[in-house]
Ligand binder design. Structure first.
Ligand SMILES: *Cc1c(COP(=O)(O)O)cnc(C)c1O
Length: 359
């Protein structure tokens, strides 16, 4: 068996150790004679799996008891509407920062529910930077401030946490758990699992408990955070296998030394790749240097007529899923926690060789 190096933006690589553990436990979980997929979510075994996963996540991120941790479905895209449904009162206004395609989608969805004030946008320069907060125009009484710490498609990441006295809401889908994070600065954090947490189908929400219970009566039970908080995310059948796999990933992260250690490794991986791109004269990255993403690194070839042959040869070399998002083209290497440093080294070696042959 050979496993390729997978640079997919999502669903993304999972740690090989996690997949092996899941494989070993697949047919017979802990001597119970069945797989986790076949268990009741109310069984003692699954309730223990669920609680362990939540505790490990709380340990990793230092999440206090002031916050509920919710395991929901519907992806980050459903959070684009759940956030305003739960946090934006009738007649209220919500502040949003627009730094790329994901924040644009969040804005569009929020506009269904009330007034949205876009405090700043980097659209003027093709979303290649983060507008500095001193230039933002916040509302007087916003219900919350929403931003996207890491724009997965553009490869743009904030190098600061916005300062605000309203609840701060963040779409952390592609950068959660990539380095230490001070959760206490946030009202609500959400993340689709399929980038840095686990398989697709599970979405994580970390929400300050005082923000729960303000949704209008018209909000369906399954779209109300309080329903999840009051029922340990088991009001209905949760995505049990995804929850279990996320738990294995959290345990793996603890074994790697936690977020400080994984953050240093991620920084080294990103520095190597950006360093090579900038020095190459053949590849280029369009993002302003001080807000380049740690996780998603887009790059262009000197001649985009070579894109197809680059992708084909990369695949033959065992380097998968390097095509940029279909809306922007070019290349993108997503180097999440589960992508080992050896993958980055192999990619750089391939890029060097390709540039030599085609430059
Ligand atoms: C992938 C992604 C989304 C969309 O996630 P889905 O789970 O497919 O809805 C939203 N925001 C960001 C930042 C993402 O990376």
């Amino acid at each position: 068996m050979t496993r390729a190096f997978n640079f997919c933006a999502g669903p993304a690589a999972l740690p090989e150790e996690v997949l092996k553990k899941a494989q070993a436990e697949m047919l017979d979980y802990a001597g119970r004679g069945l797989s986790v997929m076949e268990m009741s979510h109310r069984s003692a075994e699954f309730v223990a799996i669920a609680a362990r996963a939540e505790q490990d996540l709380r340990d990793l991120l230092g999440i206090s008891d002031d916050y509920a941790v919710l395991f929901v479905q519907g992806g980050a895209s459903q959070q684009f509407s759940m956030v305003p449904m739960n946090l934006l009162p009738a007649g209220g206004v919500a502040d949003y920062v627009n730094t790329g395609q994901w924040s644009s989608k969040a804005i569009k969805e929020a506009q269904r529910f009330g007034d949205v004030n876009v405090v700043a946008s980097s659209k003027d320069k093709n979303f290649s930077y983060v507008p500095s907060q001193s230039d933002w125009a916040p509302s007087k009484n916003a219900a919350y401030l929403h931003y996207t710490p890491n724009e997965t498609i553009g490869g743009v990441e904030y190098n600061f946490t916005p300062q605000t006295n309203v609840p701060l809401v963040a779409d952390y889908s592609s950068s959660i758990l990539s380095r230490p994070l001070d959760v206490s600065k946030f009202g609500l954090i959400y993340a689709g699992a399929q980038k840095n947490i686990g398989p697709a189908g599970l979405t994580l929400v970390i929400v300050r408990k005082e923000l729960l219970g303000h949704a209008s009566n018209a909000v369906p039970a399954m779209l109300n955070y309080k329903t999840f908080a009051d029922n340990d995310s088991m009001y209905n059948t949760p995505p049990t296998y995804g929850w279990y796999l996320a738990g294995l990933v959290f345990a793996w992260l603890k074994e790697q030394g936690g977020l400080q250690a994984i953050g240093e490794l991620n920084q080294r991986k990103a520095d190597k790749l950006y360093g090579y791109i900038d020095a190459s004269g053949f590849y280029s990255n369009p993002v302003q240097v001080d807000c380049r993403s740690l996780m998603n690194i887009p790059f262009a070839l000197a001649d985009d007529a070579l894109d197809r042959v680059f992708l084909k040869e990369a695949e033959q070399a065992g380097l998968l899923n390097l095509a940029g998002h279909r809306s922007v083209g070019g290349m993108r290497a997503s180097i999440y926690n589960a992508v080992p440093e050896a993958a980055v080294d192999a990619l750089i070696d391939f890029m060097k060789d390709f540039a030599k042959r085609n430059g």
